[in-house]
Design a protein around this ligand. Structure first.
Ligand code: FES
Ligand SMILES: [Fe+2]
Length: 514
């Protein structure tokens, strides 16, 4: 297509290119240098003529030659002329008067760089697009720097000391925080390095001598059960030069780093390091894997990279008791895991989980089964937990109405753990929302059922859940495309229907402001 346009004689693109070429020639320092030399020669000739006319005239000729030599371009011609003529104009002397025409020329040149009225639309659009893009880039950069500086001030808040409510509704976090690598780096330090996070389930550690690799945010971790039956967790980072040590899950006595084969026991101790015997003073005792906190609730295994972490039970709050009203987590068996990735910041995926304001709009299947009206669908935030409690619709004929679980519960544990229990037969799915980059997120869901649940009911649930997942993926990625543009600084939250999103955002802001 572009080729054809280029061949067509007299088209707008050819015209534009030749105009651009003319401008480039105008700024050609070699050409300017030649012009200045010609001006010198003209000055010398004027000097010689003047000598014949008399001494006073000769002085005037030399003066003109000096003025012209002053135009030799050390800088691109336009800038050099502009500076010279403005300085001369300020002086108000004869040289200044002599250069005024040049100043007007500069102004004409500047005008010429604007899009001419008669320019072809495509070219006008291209130039306007460039200007808009450049403007957005610079304002986006300024906004990101301003928003980041709020992160760094101890005790500062993302709303810059202004009320978080505008027009009756609450401001969101700055949208620049959803695409900024620096914000994600700080979230790694201030949030994921300090919080309890779901790593996997006890079914992955059956038998002594087993392990599974996982992640706390972007921090690689490994959970082990050694022969002493003790549950342990470690940073999954080699103490030699930092390679990730373990991958996947399995049963074995040791974990060996794939880089230089340093080998660790499941208790974290360094057991072997090739050529260590040639290193005087090599201390195996100091080079074990770094241990981190680990704990369980029912079949769920949580880790916390912070060695001074508060007990897991404090993070869980009332969630275990509330879940116990509808499902016995100790009776659940792990059945399978689903994994997927999203083109979105991890916080957008969390926020999508934390409200059902969108359900009536985006999830017709779910809304047909569960009453999502604001008077029936309850939202509760307490400490580090958020809960959504949705009853089945009366007289609904969904497969979700068939079973002993009479209502849904959806819980969220700060910072990134979601739990789903649908009505119907005893079921629970849960998993972490993990940042892969500022605009890329990984999600996994572990599905648990009690042993007697029908496979046909599980199949129906999975089809139902897949549909909701596809609908949410489109929404989350659509939000990312909007917030990443930097065109608007922030959004608004409904104080009632989006109170859990607001709670999550306040926890984010507090963590990052520390
Ligand atoms: S980085 Fe692990 S053995 Fe070298
Ligand atoms: Fe949703």
């Amino acid at each position: 297509m572009r080729q054809a346009e280029r061949r067509r004689p007299g088209t707008s693109r050819r015209g534009v290119r030749s105009a651009a070429a003319r401008r480039r020639q105008d700024q050609d320092p070699v050409r300017d240098h030649q012009q200045a030399r010609q001006a010198d020669r003209r000055g010398v000739r004027a000097d010689q003529d003047a000598h014949r006319r008399g001494r006073a005239a000769a002085l005037a000729g030399r003066r003109l030659a000096r003025q012209r030599r002053a135009h030799r371009p050390l800088l691109p011609r336009r800038l050099g002329r502009h500076r010279l003529s403005r300085r001369a104009a300020r002086r108000g002397d004869s040289a200044g008067r002599a250069h005024r025409p040049l100043l007007r020329r500069v102004q004409r040149d500047d005008n010429r760089s604007r899009v001419p009225q008669g320019a072809p639309c495509r070219e006008r659009d291209r130039r306007a697009g460039t200007l808009l893009r450049d403007g957005l880039r610079s304002s986006r950069g300024r906004r990101a720097r301003r928003d980041r500086s709020r992160l760094k001030r101890p005790g500062s808040d993302p709303f810059g000391g202004q009320t978080p409510r505008v027009g009756g509704v609450e401001r969101t976090l700055p949208w620049s925080w959803y695409a900024d690598p620096e914000v994600l780096r700080r979230e790694g330090q201030q949030i994921f390095a300090r919080a309890w996070q779901y790593a996997g389930h006890t079914g992955q550690l059956e038998g002594d001598g087993s392990y599974f690799a996982s992640a706390a945010g972007q921090i690689p971790v490994v959970v082990t059960r050694a022969r002493d039956v003790r549950l342990r967790a470690f940073l999954n980072v080699c103490r030699h030069r930092g390679h990730v040590v373990a991958a996947g899950a399995g049963r074995r006595e040791t974990l060996q780093c794939p880089y230089h084969a340093w080998t660790y026991g499941l208790d974290g101790a360094l057991r072997a390091a090739p050529r260590a015997d040639r290193e005087p003073g090599f201390d195996f005792g100091e080079l074990g894997l770094q241990e981190i906190a680990v704990d369980t609730w029912g079949p769920f295994v949580f880790v916390n990279p912070d060695p001074h972490a508060m007990p897991l039970a404090e993070t869980l709050g009332d969630v275990p008791a509330r879940l116990a009203e509808i499902v016995d987590v100790d009776a659940l068996e792990f059945r399978f895991r689903t994994e997927f990735e999203l083109d979105a910041n991890w916080k957008i995926a969390c926020e999508n989980f934390l409200e059902c304001y969108h359900c009536a709009v985006a999830h017709p299947g779910f809304t047909a089964a569960v009453d999502v009206s604001p008077d029936s669908y309850r939202l509760e935030a307490d400490g580090l937990t958020s809960s959504q409690l949705g009853p089945l619709r009366e007289n609904g004929d969904s497969f979700l109405a068939h079973g002993e679980v009479g209502r849904s519960q959806f819980h969220f544990l700060w910072p990134n753990f979601g739990i789903n229990v649908f009505p119907g037969q005893p079921n629970l799915s849960c998993g972490a929302i993990l940042p892969l980059g500022p605009e890329r997120t990984a999600r996994f869901l572990d599905y648990f059922f009690t042993p007697g649940v029908d496979q046909s009911w599980i199949d129906e649930l999975m089809a139902f859940d897949d549909q909701i997942g596809r609908e949410d993926t489109a929404l989350v990625e659509g939000v990312q495309r909007g917030v990443r543009t930097g065109v608007l600084p922030e959004g608004r939250l409904l104080s009632e229907s989006e109170q859990l999103v607001a709670h999550f955002q306040r926890l984010c802001a507090e963590a990052l402001a520390e």
